[in-house]
Design a protein around this ligand. Structure first.
Ligand SMILES: [Mg+2]
Length: 304
């Protein structure tokens, strides 16, 4: 069977039902959030397997931060993507499209089986999120370094209009080697954008290897503080810590917040963890099955 047919078969045969809601955020237990995040992980490996390409490593590292945000904090309505009271989520590292599309699918924007068409010619689920192909995409991203500037611009506009909507953004550690990221960090602080929260996915790896070997960014916490950002450092896989950090950022006044999540690239899939090689590569069927076993084992361990 071809990859896409097989991927679709897996998606149909392994539904692992996640309850969806008409409107978010919702109040979920820690266990519900865990199951949601594990489902996102299944979707990430299944969609990249179906496509035979894509970016699983950085998708898996940011899964827990995005899982908590999408279920428990972000104001959004899956049936009405352009709802005027929504919060904004901008993926500056747009290559984590397997994560982005899985979040849409598991909160009810479209049917999960569409993930089998990931990166297919003509599919709305392109390799990088494209607003022209998929309405619910807030901003087309993927050209690294640009998304945070867009997020800061949206936040500034909302402030000028006295709107309460919050703007969230996600950027990678490798991405912060782009100069435009630092221009955005500087201007967001200058304009006191306390309606902006940046998730910094600090997994220490980028496409070519260790971030500190390619072009060091440390000490990143000190740098954000020097730029006058409210800076929070957490374990980016601890959902309680993630919740507290987001709540703190929403209450913070007068300056933007960065949540530096210390994460593991490929988190949750044994052979992908801390391997730069899995930045942009798809599993074969044997690897897919190992990945699904790893994810399901964690679920079993939680449950028993
Ligand atoms: Mg990285």
């Amino acid at each position: 069977m071809k990859r896409r047919e097989l991927g679709l078969h897996y998606l149909q045969e392994n539904p692992y039902h996640v309850k969806t809601f008409d409107q978010y955020p919702v109040s979920l237990t820690r266990e519900d959030i865990f199951h949601f995040c594990q489902q996102i992980r299944r979707d990430i490996v299944l969609s990249t397997f179906s496509a035979g390409s894509g970016h699983p490593g950085g998708s898996l590292s940011a899964t827990d931060m995005m899982g908590v945000l999408w279920t428990s904090f972000l104001n959004h309505k899956p049936a009405l993507p352009s709802w005027e009271d929504r919060d904004y989520m901008i993926y500056s590292k747009g290559h984590v499209s397997p994560l982005i599309y899985s979040l849409y699918a598991e909160t009810g924007y479209f049917d999960r089986t569409l993930l089998a068409s990931f990166r297919e010619f003509g599919s709305p689920l392109q390799g990088h999120p494209a607003k022209s192909k998929l309405d619910c995409v807030e901003v087309s991203t993927g050209s690294l370094g640009q998304g945070l500037s867009v997020a800061a611009g949206i936040a500034m506009g909302l402030k000028q209009d006295h709107k309460p909507n919050h703007v969230f953004a996600l950027c990678g550690d490798g991405e912060s080697q782009e100069g435009q990221i630092w221009e955005a960090i500087m201007s967001a602080a200058h304009y006191h954008l306390d309606n902006l929260t940046l998730f910094f996915d600090y997994n220490n790896l980028e496409i070519d290897g260790w971030v500190e070997d390619v072009m060091g960014i440390a000490p990143i916490k000190d740098k954000f503080e020097a730029f006058n950002w409210h800076t929070i450092v957490i374990d980016g896989h601890n959902t309680d810590d993630i919740s507290k950090a987001i709540q703190t950022s929403l209450e913070n006044k007068n300056r933007p917040t960065v949540i530096i999540g210390k994460t593991i690239k490929g988190k949750g899939v044994s052979f992908m963890e801390n391997e730069a090689d899995w930045h942009g590569k798809a599993p074969n069927e044997e690897q897919l099955n190992i990945a699904l076993q790893d994810i399901n084992r964690e679920v079993d361990e939680w449950t028993h």
